[in-house]
Write a protein that binds this ligand. Structure first.
Ligand SMILES: Nc1ncnc2c1ncn2[C@@H]1O[C@H](COP(=O)(O)OP(=O)(O)OP(=O)(O)O)[C@@H](O)[C@H]1O
Ligand SMILES: [Mg+2]
Length: 502
Protein backbone atom coordinates (compact mmCIF):
# COMPACT_ATOMS: atom_id res chain seq x y z
CA UNK A 1 0.00 0.00 0.00
CA UNK A 2 1.23 3.48 -0.76
CA UNK A 3 1.49 5.34 2.51
CA UNK A 4 0.44 8.65 0.96
CA UNK A 5 -3.05 7.25 0.38
CA UNK A 6 -3.49 6.29 3.98
CA UNK A 7 -5.14 8.42 6.57
CA UNK A 8 -2.81 10.49 8.71
CA UNK A 9 -3.09 9.95 12.43
CA UNK A 10 -0.23 12.14 13.61
CA UNK A 11 1.57 15.06 12.01
CA UNK A 12 4.41 16.95 13.63
CA UNK A 13 5.34 20.14 11.80
CA UNK A 14 8.54 22.14 12.17
CA UNK A 15 9.11 21.36 15.82
CA UNK A 16 12.11 22.76 17.68
CA UNK A 17 13.17 22.14 21.25
CA UNK A 18 16.23 23.36 23.13
CA UNK A 19 17.67 22.48 26.50
CA UNK A 20 20.34 24.61 28.17
CA UNK A 21 23.33 24.22 25.92
CA UNK A 22 21.73 21.85 23.36
CA UNK A 23 19.33 22.19 20.49
CA UNK A 24 17.73 18.74 20.72
CA UNK A 25 15.23 19.28 17.88
CA UNK A 26 15.72 21.74 15.06
CA UNK A 27 12.72 22.13 12.72
CA UNK A 28 11.71 18.45 12.78
CA UNK A 29 8.63 17.16 10.96
CA UNK A 30 7.04 13.72 10.98
CA UNK A 31 3.92 12.09 9.57
CA UNK A 32 2.43 8.84 10.84
CA UNK A 33 -0.38 7.04 9.02
CA UNK A 34 -3.02 4.65 10.25
CA UNK A 35 -1.80 1.02 10.47
CA UNK A 36 1.72 2.11 9.73
CA UNK A 37 4.88 0.92 11.45
CA UNK A 38 7.28 3.85 11.27
CA UNK A 39 10.93 3.25 12.12
CA UNK A 40 12.84 6.10 13.75
CA UNK A 41 16.62 5.98 13.57
CA UNK A 42 19.44 8.27 14.59
CA UNK A 43 22.62 8.36 16.61
CA UNK A 44 22.65 8.69 20.38
CA UNK A 45 21.48 12.18 21.17
CA UNK A 46 19.94 12.75 17.72
CA UNK A 47 16.63 13.76 19.33
CA UNK A 48 14.45 10.65 18.97
CA UNK A 49 13.24 10.44 22.57
CA UNK A 50 12.84 14.20 22.76
CA UNK A 51 10.62 14.14 19.67
CA UNK A 52 8.20 11.67 21.17
CA UNK A 53 8.22 13.48 24.49
CA UNK A 54 7.23 16.65 22.64
CA UNK A 55 4.23 15.21 20.83
CA UNK A 56 3.02 13.33 23.91
CA UNK A 57 2.91 16.31 26.27
CA UNK A 58 5.97 15.54 28.40
CA UNK A 59 7.98 18.45 26.97
CA UNK A 60 6.62 21.66 25.53
CA UNK A 61 8.07 22.48 22.11
CA UNK A 62 9.69 25.88 21.61
CA UNK A 63 8.15 26.10 18.15
CA UNK A 64 6.09 24.00 15.75
CA UNK A 65 2.67 22.39 15.48
CA UNK A 66 1.20 18.98 16.24
CA UNK A 67 -1.86 17.52 14.53
CA UNK A 68 -3.60 14.45 15.93
CA UNK A 69 -6.39 12.89 13.87
CA UNK A 70 -6.33 15.86 11.54
CA UNK A 71 -6.79 18.47 14.26
CA UNK A 72 -4.19 20.77 15.67
CA UNK A 73 -3.56 19.54 19.19
CA UNK A 74 -1.45 20.45 22.13
CA UNK A 75 -1.19 17.96 24.96
CA UNK A 76 -0.30 19.75 28.16
CA UNK A 77 0.43 16.58 30.13
CA UNK A 78 1.26 12.96 29.34
CA UNK A 79 -2.09 11.96 30.85
CA UNK A 80 -3.88 13.94 28.14
CA UNK A 81 -2.03 12.18 25.37
CA UNK A 82 -2.62 8.76 26.94
CA UNK A 83 -6.32 9.55 27.13
CA UNK A 84 -6.27 10.46 23.45
CA UNK A 85 -4.70 7.08 22.69
CA UNK A 86 -0.97 7.81 22.42
CA UNK A 87 0.93 5.27 24.47
CA UNK A 88 4.66 5.22 24.94
CA UNK A 89 7.00 2.49 26.05
CA UNK A 90 9.80 4.65 27.35
CA UNK A 91 13.46 3.88 26.90
CA UNK A 92 14.19 4.11 30.60
CA UNK A 93 11.83 1.71 32.31
CA UNK A 94 9.74 2.92 35.18
CA UNK A 95 8.20 0.17 37.21
CA UNK A 96 7.08 -0.37 40.78
CA UNK A 97 9.53 -2.97 41.91
CA UNK A 98 7.78 -4.04 45.11
CA UNK A 99 4.46 -4.64 43.33
CA UNK A 100 3.40 -7.68 41.32
CA UNK A 101 3.55 -8.10 37.55
CA UNK A 102 -0.25 -7.91 37.40
CA UNK A 103 -0.37 -4.62 39.33
CA UNK A 104 2.33 -3.12 37.15
CA UNK A 105 0.51 -4.10 33.96
CA UNK A 106 -2.73 -2.56 35.21
CA UNK A 107 -1.12 0.43 36.91
CA UNK A 108 -3.69 3.20 37.27
CA UNK A 109 -6.52 0.89 36.16
CA UNK A 110 -6.67 -1.74 38.90
CA UNK A 111 -10.00 -3.59 39.05
CA UNK A 112 -11.70 -2.73 42.33
CA UNK A 113 -14.33 -4.49 44.37
CA UNK A 114 -15.88 -2.74 47.38
CA UNK A 115 -12.99 -0.30 47.21
CA UNK A 116 -10.36 -3.02 47.39
CA UNK A 117 -8.25 -4.51 44.62
CA UNK A 118 -10.07 -7.43 43.05
CA UNK A 119 -7.07 -9.74 42.98
CA UNK A 120 -8.85 -12.63 41.34
CA UNK A 121 -9.90 -10.50 38.39
CA UNK A 122 -6.53 -8.77 38.25
CA UNK A 123 -4.61 -12.02 37.93
CA UNK A 124 -7.15 -13.49 35.53
CA UNK A 125 -7.06 -10.44 33.23
CA UNK A 126 -3.28 -10.47 33.23
CA UNK A 127 -3.19 -14.18 32.46
CA UNK A 128 -5.57 -13.78 29.54
CA UNK A 129 -3.52 -10.89 28.18
CA UNK A 130 -0.26 -12.82 28.50
CA UNK A 131 -1.75 -15.89 26.86
CA UNK A 132 -2.93 -13.81 23.92
CA UNK A 133 0.60 -12.59 23.30
CA UNK A 134 2.41 -15.78 24.23
CA UNK A 135 4.11 -14.37 27.33
CA UNK A 136 5.34 -16.78 29.96
CA UNK A 137 5.69 -14.69 33.14
CA UNK A 138 3.89 -15.40 36.39
CA UNK A 139 1.58 -12.41 37.09
CA UNK A 140 2.03 -12.88 40.86
CA UNK A 141 5.79 -12.32 40.89
CA UNK A 142 7.19 -9.05 42.18
CA UNK A 143 8.88 -6.89 39.57
CA UNK A 144 12.10 -6.79 41.56
CA UNK A 145 12.45 -10.56 41.13
CA UNK A 146 12.30 -10.44 37.33
CA UNK A 147 15.18 -10.27 34.88
CA UNK A 148 15.60 -7.04 32.96
CA UNK A 149 14.16 -8.70 29.83
CA UNK A 150 11.06 -9.74 31.75
CA UNK A 151 10.67 -6.26 33.20
CA UNK A 152 10.83 -4.89 29.67
CA UNK A 153 8.10 -7.30 28.53
CA UNK A 154 5.88 -6.29 31.46
CA UNK A 155 6.33 -2.66 30.39
CA UNK A 156 5.34 -3.55 26.83
CA UNK A 157 2.26 -5.44 28.04
CA UNK A 158 1.28 -2.53 30.28
CA UNK A 159 1.16 -0.21 27.32
CA UNK A 160 -0.39 -2.69 24.89
CA UNK A 161 -3.25 -3.49 27.26
CA UNK A 162 -4.40 0.12 27.20
CA UNK A 163 -6.74 1.32 24.52
CA UNK A 164 -4.27 2.79 22.06
CA UNK A 165 -4.32 4.41 18.64
CA UNK A 166 -0.60 5.01 18.55
CA UNK A 167 2.05 2.99 20.34
CA UNK A 168 5.56 4.35 20.48
CA UNK A 169 8.31 1.93 21.38
CA UNK A 170 11.55 3.64 22.40
CA UNK A 171 14.28 1.00 22.38
CA UNK A 172 11.98 -1.82 23.47
CA UNK A 173 14.38 -4.57 22.45
CA UNK A 174 17.73 -3.41 23.83
CA UNK A 175 17.56 -5.89 26.68
CA UNK A 176 15.58 -8.64 24.98
CA UNK A 177 16.97 -11.93 23.72
CA UNK A 178 16.33 -13.21 20.24
CA UNK A 179 13.18 -15.18 21.07
CA UNK A 180 11.57 -12.23 22.81
CA UNK A 181 12.45 -9.96 19.91
CA UNK A 182 10.82 -12.35 17.46
CA UNK A 183 7.72 -12.46 19.62
CA UNK A 184 7.63 -8.67 19.87
CA UNK A 185 7.85 -8.34 16.09
CA UNK A 186 4.87 -10.70 15.81
CA UNK A 187 2.99 -8.57 18.34
CA UNK A 188 3.78 -5.42 16.37
CA UNK A 189 2.40 -6.98 13.18
CA UNK A 190 -0.72 -8.08 15.04
CA UNK A 191 -1.23 -4.59 16.49
CA UNK A 192 -0.82 -2.87 13.17
CA UNK A 193 -3.32 -5.37 11.75
CA UNK A 194 -5.77 -4.16 14.38
CA UNK A 195 -5.42 -0.61 13.05
CA UNK A 196 -2.88 0.69 15.55
CA UNK A 197 -0.01 2.88 14.31
CA UNK A 198 3.42 2.22 15.69
CA UNK A 199 6.63 4.19 15.98
CA UNK A 200 9.56 1.86 16.55
CA UNK A 201 12.97 3.06 17.74
CA UNK A 202 15.93 0.71 17.92
CA UNK A 203 19.66 0.74 17.38
CA UNK A 204 19.51 -2.83 16.13
CA UNK A 205 19.03 -1.99 12.49
CA UNK A 206 18.10 -5.49 11.35
CA UNK A 207 15.00 -5.23 13.56
CA UNK A 208 14.01 -1.77 12.37
CA UNK A 209 14.43 -2.90 8.79
CA UNK A 210 12.31 -6.00 9.34
CA UNK A 211 9.47 -4.27 11.12
CA UNK A 212 9.11 -0.85 9.48
CA UNK A 213 6.86 0.13 6.57
CA UNK A 214 8.56 3.49 6.44
CA UNK A 215 11.61 4.91 8.13
CA UNK A 216 12.72 8.34 9.25
CA UNK A 217 16.26 9.28 10.18
CA UNK A 218 17.25 12.17 12.46
CA UNK A 219 20.74 13.60 12.74
CA UNK A 220 21.69 16.31 15.24
CA UNK A 221 18.04 17.12 15.80
CA UNK A 222 17.15 17.45 12.10
CA UNK A 223 15.30 15.34 9.55
CA UNK A 224 17.78 13.80 7.15
CA UNK A 225 15.82 10.98 5.48
CA UNK A 226 12.31 9.62 4.97
CA UNK A 227 12.43 6.22 3.24
CA UNK A 228 9.69 3.89 2.03
CA UNK A 229 10.16 0.19 2.71
CA UNK A 230 11.72 -0.62 -0.66
CA UNK A 231 14.14 2.31 -0.39
CA UNK A 232 16.18 1.50 2.71
CA UNK A 233 18.88 -0.93 3.71
CA UNK A 234 21.40 -0.90 6.55
CA UNK A 235 24.12 0.92 4.58
CA UNK A 236 21.76 3.70 3.57
CA UNK A 237 20.43 4.08 7.10
CA UNK A 238 23.88 4.13 8.68
CA UNK A 239 25.27 6.67 6.25
CA UNK A 240 22.28 8.96 6.86
CA UNK A 241 22.59 8.48 10.63
CA UNK A 242 26.27 9.18 11.01
CA UNK A 243 26.93 11.15 7.84
CA UNK A 244 29.63 8.75 6.72
CA UNK A 245 29.95 5.12 5.64
CA UNK A 246 30.81 2.54 8.24
CA UNK A 247 31.98 -0.66 6.68
CA UNK A 248 33.14 -2.49 9.75
CA UNK A 249 31.02 -2.01 12.85
CA UNK A 250 33.05 -4.53 14.84
CA UNK A 251 36.72 -3.57 14.72
CA UNK A 252 38.05 -6.98 15.67
CA UNK A 253 41.80 -7.34 15.94
CA UNK A 254 43.62 -10.61 16.41
CA UNK A 255 45.42 -10.14 19.71
CA UNK A 256 47.88 -12.86 20.75
CA UNK A 257 46.36 -14.43 23.84
CA UNK A 258 48.48 -14.51 26.99
CA UNK A 259 48.25 -16.21 30.36
CA UNK A 260 45.03 -17.29 32.10
CA UNK A 261 43.40 -14.33 33.79
CA UNK A 262 39.93 -15.38 34.91
CA UNK A 263 39.30 -19.05 35.53
CA UNK A 264 36.17 -20.82 36.76
CA UNK A 265 36.64 -24.39 37.95
CA UNK A 266 33.39 -26.27 38.45
CA UNK A 267 31.70 -23.28 40.00
CA UNK A 268 28.26 -24.07 41.38
CA UNK A 269 25.91 -21.78 43.28
CA UNK A 270 22.17 -21.23 43.57
CA UNK A 271 21.88 -20.28 39.91
CA UNK A 272 24.74 -21.96 38.01
CA UNK A 273 26.01 -25.53 37.83
CA UNK A 274 29.54 -26.78 37.36
CA UNK A 275 30.68 -23.88 35.28
CA UNK A 276 34.24 -24.06 34.02
CA UNK A 277 35.72 -21.44 31.76
CA UNK A 278 38.91 -19.56 31.07
CA UNK A 279 39.55 -16.03 29.87
CA UNK A 280 43.12 -15.28 28.86
CA UNK A 281 44.91 -12.00 28.80
CA UNK A 282 43.97 -10.07 25.65
CA UNK A 283 40.94 -12.23 25.09
CA UNK A 284 37.29 -11.29 24.66
CA UNK A 285 35.26 -14.29 25.76
CA UNK A 286 31.52 -14.27 25.22
CA UNK A 287 28.63 -15.91 27.04
CA UNK A 288 25.65 -16.50 24.82
CA UNK A 289 22.28 -17.96 25.76
CA UNK A 290 18.57 -17.40 25.75
CA UNK A 291 17.29 -14.80 28.22
CA UNK A 292 17.64 -16.11 31.75
CA UNK A 293 19.76 -19.12 30.77
CA UNK A 294 22.38 -18.40 33.42
CA UNK A 295 24.79 -15.99 31.76
CA UNK A 296 23.85 -13.31 34.31
CA UNK A 297 24.48 -15.84 37.08
CA UNK A 298 28.00 -16.47 35.82
CA UNK A 299 28.74 -12.74 35.69
CA UNK A 300 27.31 -12.27 39.17
CA UNK A 301 29.44 -15.12 40.52
CA UNK A 302 32.58 -13.57 39.01
CA UNK A 303 31.80 -10.26 40.71
CA UNK A 304 31.04 -11.63 44.16
CA UNK A 305 27.31 -11.21 43.77
CA UNK A 306 26.37 -14.87 43.42
CA UNK A 307 26.32 -15.84 47.09
CA UNK A 308 27.97 -18.98 48.41
CA UNK A 309 29.65 -21.15 45.81
CA UNK A 310 31.57 -24.37 45.51
CA UNK A 311 34.39 -24.92 43.05
CA UNK A 312 37.05 -22.27 42.52
CA UNK A 313 37.47 -18.89 40.86
CA UNK A 314 40.98 -17.70 40.02
CA UNK A 315 42.16 -14.31 38.93
CA UNK A 316 45.63 -13.90 37.50
CA UNK A 317 46.68 -17.19 39.09
CA UNK A 318 45.34 -16.35 42.54
CA UNK A 319 42.44 -18.24 44.07
CA UNK A 320 39.78 -15.72 45.07
CA UNK A 321 37.39 -15.78 47.97
CA UNK A 322 34.57 -13.71 46.57
CA UNK A 323 31.98 -12.71 49.10
CA UNK A 324 31.05 -9.24 47.89
CA UNK A 325 31.78 -6.95 44.94
CA UNK A 326 34.36 -5.19 47.10
CA UNK A 327 36.47 -8.37 47.02
CA UNK A 328 36.07 -8.49 43.26
CA UNK A 329 37.04 -4.85 42.67
CA UNK A 330 40.02 -5.14 45.02
CA UNK A 331 41.29 -8.04 42.96
CA UNK A 332 41.01 -6.18 39.68
CA UNK A 333 37.54 -6.96 38.35
CA UNK A 334 35.15 -4.41 36.90
CA UNK A 335 31.50 -5.00 36.04
CA UNK A 336 29.32 -3.10 33.59
CA UNK A 337 25.89 -4.41 34.56
CA UNK A 338 22.92 -4.82 32.25
CA UNK A 339 20.65 -2.44 34.09
CA UNK A 340 22.46 0.87 34.21
CA UNK A 341 19.63 2.64 35.98
CA UNK A 342 19.77 0.32 38.96
CA UNK A 343 23.44 -0.57 39.33
CA UNK A 344 25.43 1.61 37.05
CA UNK A 345 24.67 5.26 37.60
CA UNK A 346 23.82 7.80 40.25
CA UNK A 347 21.10 9.52 38.26
CA UNK A 348 20.90 12.79 40.15
CA UNK A 349 24.64 13.35 39.97
CA UNK A 350 26.66 15.02 37.25
CA UNK A 351 28.48 13.26 34.44
CA UNK A 352 31.86 14.04 36.02
CA UNK A 353 30.95 12.48 39.37
CA UNK A 354 29.58 9.37 37.74
CA UNK A 355 32.73 8.85 35.72
CA UNK A 356 35.32 9.72 38.29
CA UNK A 357 33.85 8.84 41.66
CA UNK A 358 34.81 5.17 41.78
CA UNK A 359 38.40 5.78 40.77
CA UNK A 360 38.76 8.87 42.97
CA UNK A 361 37.85 6.73 45.95
CA UNK A 362 40.87 4.71 45.02
CA UNK A 363 43.04 7.77 44.52
CA UNK A 364 41.88 9.68 47.56
CA UNK A 365 41.20 7.12 50.23
CA UNK A 366 40.59 9.72 52.92
CA UNK A 367 37.52 10.95 51.14
CA UNK A 368 38.87 14.30 50.00
CA UNK A 369 37.66 14.73 46.47
CA UNK A 370 40.21 16.09 44.09
CA UNK A 371 37.99 18.28 41.90
CA UNK A 372 40.55 19.28 39.26
CA UNK A 373 41.38 15.59 38.88
CA UNK A 374 37.70 14.72 38.63
CA UNK A 375 37.22 17.30 35.89
CA UNK A 376 40.29 16.11 34.04
CA UNK A 377 39.25 12.45 34.12
CA UNK A 378 35.67 13.19 33.09
CA UNK A 379 36.73 15.55 30.31
CA UNK A 380 39.10 12.98 28.88
CA UNK A 381 36.42 10.28 28.71
CA UNK A 382 33.79 12.58 27.27
CA UNK A 383 36.23 13.20 24.42
CA UNK A 384 37.47 9.63 24.14
CA UNK A 385 34.02 8.03 23.86
CA UNK A 386 32.35 11.06 22.21
CA UNK A 387 29.83 11.35 25.05
CA UNK A 388 27.25 13.89 23.96
CA UNK A 389 26.53 16.19 26.88
CA UNK A 390 26.31 19.95 27.15
CA UNK A 391 28.96 19.87 29.89
CA UNK A 392 30.63 17.49 32.32
CA UNK A 393 28.50 19.01 35.07
CA UNK A 394 25.19 18.06 33.42
CA UNK A 395 23.08 15.69 35.50
CA UNK A 396 23.24 12.19 34.13
CA UNK A 397 19.47 11.78 33.73
CA UNK A 398 19.50 14.57 31.15
CA UNK A 399 21.70 12.55 28.82
CA UNK A 400 20.22 10.41 26.06
CA UNK A 401 20.04 6.67 26.79
CA UNK A 402 23.06 5.69 24.72
CA UNK A 403 25.17 8.45 26.20
CA UNK A 404 24.32 7.28 29.72
CA UNK A 405 25.58 3.85 28.72
CA UNK A 406 28.88 5.40 27.59
CA UNK A 407 29.24 7.03 31.02
CA UNK A 408 28.88 3.65 32.72
CA UNK A 409 31.59 2.24 30.49
CA UNK A 410 33.86 5.20 31.13
CA UNK A 411 33.52 4.74 34.88
CA UNK A 412 34.77 1.18 34.71
CA UNK A 413 37.39 1.73 32.06
CA UNK A 414 38.89 4.49 34.22
CA UNK A 415 39.34 1.98 37.03
CA UNK A 416 41.49 -0.02 34.58
CA UNK A 417 40.57 -3.47 35.79
CA UNK A 418 42.49 -6.60 34.86
CA UNK A 419 39.30 -8.32 33.86
CA UNK A 420 36.30 -6.42 32.64
CA UNK A 421 32.88 -8.05 32.89
CA UNK A 422 30.54 -6.54 30.32
CA UNK A 423 26.85 -7.34 30.48
CA UNK A 424 25.08 -5.98 27.38
CA UNK A 425 27.71 -3.26 27.01
CA UNK A 426 26.18 -1.53 24.03
CA UNK A 427 22.55 -1.52 25.14
CA UNK A 428 20.92 1.35 23.28
CA UNK A 429 24.20 2.52 21.77
CA UNK A 430 24.20 3.61 18.12
CA UNK A 431 26.28 1.87 15.45
CA UNK A 432 28.93 4.57 15.23
CA UNK A 433 29.40 4.68 18.99
CA UNK A 434 29.39 0.88 19.13
CA UNK A 435 32.35 0.88 16.81
CA UNK A 436 34.16 3.48 18.94
CA UNK A 437 33.49 1.57 22.14
CA UNK A 438 34.67 -1.73 20.76
CA UNK A 439 37.73 -0.12 19.23
CA UNK A 440 38.54 1.12 22.68
CA UNK A 441 37.91 -2.20 24.39
CA UNK A 442 39.91 -3.97 21.74
CA UNK A 443 42.82 -1.61 22.32
CA UNK A 444 42.66 -2.34 26.04
CA UNK A 445 42.92 -6.02 25.15
CA UNK A 446 46.13 -5.39 23.24
CA UNK A 447 47.44 -3.97 26.50
CA UNK A 448 46.59 -7.22 28.25
CA UNK A 449 43.19 -6.81 29.86
CA UNK A 450 40.63 -9.59 29.50
CA UNK A 451 36.96 -9.28 28.82
CA UNK A 452 34.06 -11.56 29.64
CA UNK A 453 31.01 -10.34 27.78
CA UNK A 454 27.34 -11.22 27.82
CA UNK A 455 25.38 -10.03 24.83
CA UNK A 456 22.04 -10.98 23.41
CA UNK A 457 23.10 -9.29 20.19
CA UNK A 458 24.28 -12.19 18.05
CA UNK A 459 26.14 -9.91 15.61
CA UNK A 460 28.08 -8.35 18.46
CA UNK A 461 29.01 -11.78 19.78
CA UNK A 462 30.17 -13.01 16.38
CA UNK A 463 31.84 -9.70 15.68
CA UNK A 464 33.96 -9.34 18.80
CA UNK A 465 34.43 -12.59 20.74
CA UNK A 466 37.59 -14.70 20.47
CA UNK A 467 35.78 -17.53 22.20
CA UNK A 468 32.06 -18.03 22.77
CA UNK A 469 30.60 -20.19 25.52
CA UNK A 470 26.94 -21.07 25.24
CA UNK A 471 24.87 -21.22 28.40
CA UNK A 472 21.73 -23.23 29.01
CA UNK A 473 19.96 -23.89 32.31
CA UNK A 474 22.88 -22.58 34.33
CA UNK A 475 25.41 -24.77 32.56
CA UNK A 476 27.97 -24.26 29.83
CA UNK A 477 26.86 -26.34 26.86
CA UNK A 478 29.58 -25.60 24.34
CA UNK A 479 32.74 -23.62 23.66
CA UNK A 480 33.51 -22.27 20.21
CA UNK A 481 36.74 -20.62 19.10
CA UNK A 482 36.22 -17.61 16.86
CA UNK A 483 37.18 -19.41 13.67
CA UNK A 484 34.50 -22.08 14.19
CA UNK A 485 31.56 -20.08 15.36
CA UNK A 486 28.48 -19.35 13.27
CA UNK A 487 25.06 -17.92 14.00
CA UNK A 488 23.48 -21.31 13.40
CA UNK A 489 25.81 -23.16 15.77
CA UNK A 490 25.33 -20.62 18.54
CA UNK A 491 21.57 -20.80 18.26
CA UNK A 492 21.46 -24.57 18.48
CA UNK A 493 23.96 -24.75 21.33
CA UNK A 494 22.05 -22.08 23.23
CA UNK A 495 18.98 -24.31 23.27
CA UNK A 496 21.09 -27.37 24.03
CA UNK A 497 20.61 -29.07 20.67
CA UNK A 498 24.26 -29.22 19.93
CA UNK A 499 24.12 -32.72 18.48
CA UNK A 500 22.25 -31.30 15.48
CA UNK A 501 25.19 -29.12 14.52
CA UNK A 502 26.77 -30.43 11.34
N1 LIG B 1 15.83 16.93 30.00
C1 LIG B 1 16.92 17.26 29.33
N2 LIG B 1 17.76 18.23 29.76
C2 LIG B 1 18.86 18.58 29.07
N3 LIG B 1 19.24 18.01 27.91
C3 LIG B 1 18.46 17.02 27.42
C4 LIG B 1 17.27 16.60 28.10
N4 LIG B 1 16.69 15.61 27.38
C5 LIG B 1 17.49 15.43 26.30
N5 LIG B 1 18.55 16.28 26.32
C6 LIG B 1 19.59 16.38 25.29
O1 LIG B 1 18.95 16.46 24.03
C7 LIG B 1 19.67 15.72 23.04
C8 LIG B 1 18.74 14.70 22.41
O2 LIG B 1 18.47 13.67 23.35
P1 LIG B 1 17.49 12.46 23.08
O3 LIG B 1 17.30 11.78 24.38
O4 LIG B 1 16.28 12.94 22.37
O5 LIG B 1 18.38 11.55 22.10
P2 LIG B 1 18.03 10.12 21.44
O6 LIG B 1 18.01 10.31 19.97
O7 LIG B 1 16.83 9.56 22.08
O8 LIG B 1 19.35 9.30 21.81
P3 LIG B 1 19.53 7.75 22.31
O9 LIG B 1 19.59 6.91 21.09
O10 LIG B 1 20.87 7.75 22.98
O11 LIG B 1 18.42 7.43 23.23
C9 LIG B 1 20.85 15.13 23.76
O12 LIG B 1 21.96 15.94 23.54
C10 LIG B 1 20.46 15.14 25.23
O13 LIG B 1 21.57 15.24 26.07
MG1 LIG C 1 16.51 8.01 23.34
Amino acid sequence: MVAENRREILRVEHVSKSFPGVKALDDVSLVLHENEVLGLCGENGAGKSTLLKVFSGIYKADAGKIFFNGMETFFKTPMESIRAGINIIHQELSYLSHLTVAENVHQGRLPLRYGFINWKKLFKDTKILFEKYNIDINPALKLKDLSIAEKQIVEIMKVISRDAKIIVMDEPTSSLGMDDVKNLIKIIHALSGEGISIIFISHRLEEVIEVSDRLIVLRDGRNVADFMKDEFDDHKIISKMVGRNITQIYPKMEVPLGKSMLVFENVTNASIKNVSLEVRSGEIAGLYGMAGAGQDGIMAAAFGLGGKYSGAIYLDGKKLRLKTPVDAIKNGLGYVTAERKVDGLILNHAVRQNIALASLNKLSPRGIINYPMERFIAGRWVKELSIKTSSISTQINNLSGGNQQKVVLAKWLELSPKVLLLNEPTRGVDVGAKQEIFKFIQEMCTRGISVLMVSSDMMEMLGMADTVYTVWEGKITAKFPRKDVTEYKLMLAAINRREEII
